[in-house]
Design a protein around this ligand. Structure first.
Ligand SMILES: Nc1ncnc2c1ncn2[C@@H]1O[C@H](COP(=O)(O)OP(=O)(O)OP(=O)(O)O)[C@@H](O)[C@H]1O
Ligand SMILES: Cc1ncc(CO)c(N)n1
Length: 268
């Protein structure tokens, strides 16, 4: 029997279900990958923003990691919100002792603009965790922070992807153009080649958790054994369908539809 693909998310929570661990587990499930999660912070948030944050004690994050890694197969994992440097250190310890694919979503602020990680932890994320990543998936502000350069157009997006690999040490970088005007174009640089992933832009405010959902879909496809390019291609289709079929829930930026891909499959 083929092994069951197993993926782990290490991230913060979203009780309103659109982002964070909740989005990740929905995505793993939708892509028929066995999903597991380690919580770093419990976040009181919804479509309008972040109301409060409670950090899980460091020892408890460590113990959750031990519980998973001592008993379960982990074929791929992703990190999302890691609020401070102490959390990053225990996660780093685990990352250096596993050969699971590692997708880093370098989460810094929520869609609402609320900060999710301590200002001073950003450097640690960039200098210590990023070089461990199979692929890192920054949006424009995150890519600007990592490279220290402003991004104005698609050439800058590609430059940033190259620089994050060549200068900052990630094995691959997927820089997302979601925050740009015009079509939603992302660039993947894998150290050899630049790949482009393109979709039309949907006129919607339901984009809460798009980054979480995208990186979770990449993680799921890597767990299934897809090569990185194929994993991103499938994941782009997944997140595009999730945005296209999103629903107007909540008073702010609504969530995406994690089963949106089914609507697309029906049409084929
Ligand atoms: N309105 C849209 N229509 C189509 N695709 C979009 C739209 N907005 C974002 N995307 C795509 O969604 C994916 C996630 O990108 P985005 O830049 O929004 O991530 P993010 O900012 O990290 O998300 P988050 O809101 O979770 O922080 C990318 O593939 C991007 O191109
Ligand atoms: C827990 C968490 N991670 C990431 C994001 C970014 O969308 C969010 N809003 N909440």
């Amino acid at each position: 029997m083929k092994p069951i693909p197993c993926a782990l998310t290490i991230a913060g929570t979203d009780p309103s279900g659109g982002a964070g661990i909740q989005a990740d587990l929905k995505t793993f499930q939708e892509l028929t990958v066995y999903g597991m999660s380690v919580s770093t912070s419990i976040v009181a948030q919804n479509t309008t923003g972040v109301q409060n944050v409670h950090h899980i004690p460091i020892d408890m994050i460590d113990e959750q990691l031990q519980s998973v890694f001592s008993d379960m197969p982990v074929h791929s994992l992703k990190t999302g919100m890691i609020a401070n440097e102490s959390m990053m250190r225990v996660i780093q310890k685990q990352l250096t002792s596993t050969d699971a694919y590692y997708v880093m979503d370098p989460v810094m602020v929520a869609t609402s603009g609320d900060p999710l990680i301590a200002e001073e932890a950003r450097d640690y994320l960039k200098e210590q965790l990023l070089p461990l990543a199979t692929v890192v998936t920054p949006n424009i502000p995150e890519a600007e922070f990592i490279t220290g350069n402003k991004i104005h157009d698609v050439n800058d997006l590609q430059e940033a992807a190259k620089e994050i690999v060549d200068k900052h040490g990630a094995r691959a970088a997927l820089v997302k153009g979601g925050h740009m005007h015009g079509d939603a174009i992302d660039y993947l640089y894998d150290g050899h080649k630049m790949h482009t992933f393109h979709s039309k832009r949907f006129d919607t405010t339901s984009t809460h958790g798009t980054g979480c959902t995208y990186s979770a879909a990449i993680t799921a496809h890597l767990a299934k054994g897809l090569p990185l390019y194929e994993a991103v291609k499938e994941a782009k289709q997944f997140v595009t369908a999730a945005i296209k079929h999103s629903f107007p829930l909540g008073a702010g930026n609504g969530p995406t539809n994690h089963w949106g891909i089914r609507e697309e499959r029906v049409k084929q």
